[in-house]
Design a binder for this molecule. Sequence first.
Ligand SMILES: [Zn+2]
Length: 195
Amino acid sequence: MSAEEENCVHRTVLCDTNFPVENEGPIIDLHSDFYFMGQALREARKAYAVEEVPVGAVVVHEGRIISRAWNQVETLKDATAHAEMLALTAAQEALGDWRLEKCTLYVTKEPCPMCAGAIVHCRPERVVFGCPDPKAGAAGGWINLLEASPPLNHRCDILPGVLGEECLSLLQSFFKKARERKKIERLNDSADLLI
Ligand SMILES: [Zn+2]
């Protein structure tokens, strides 16, 4: 277990003691969907820090994270550089196979149609996402490519809403800040015109 993972785990409470235990609290299961979504959220925060739309993703194979990525559309000047696309590519490289069998993709926001198309091609078993995207989501929000009927060449199990509120509030905070930045830019532009 890495030091980072150890920090996430509360001290285990022994049951055979009669003394009160101060650090009693929930034990975080390092193999739970919540834990892995927490890791995807960490990636999303990296995107936030560099003014990218904060979406993060990790791919887990048999209980182990094999790739991590955050949205890098602006950084790479590449409209396809969504977190899922980068995480899927890195996962294929890690496994040495384009088939992501026994894999779960965790992503903080419902995948868009491009990413859902890529997911169908890579064939992970499960897709777990944080907040839904009713406007452009392709896992049931707007359309459903992952559970299409008639089905495409692969169907994934979908689990929505894991740490959904945290994932959504990060996005909301990002867009609020972006609107404020634009407002200031517009004010500066009109000030320039007056000079
Ligand atoms: Zn996408």
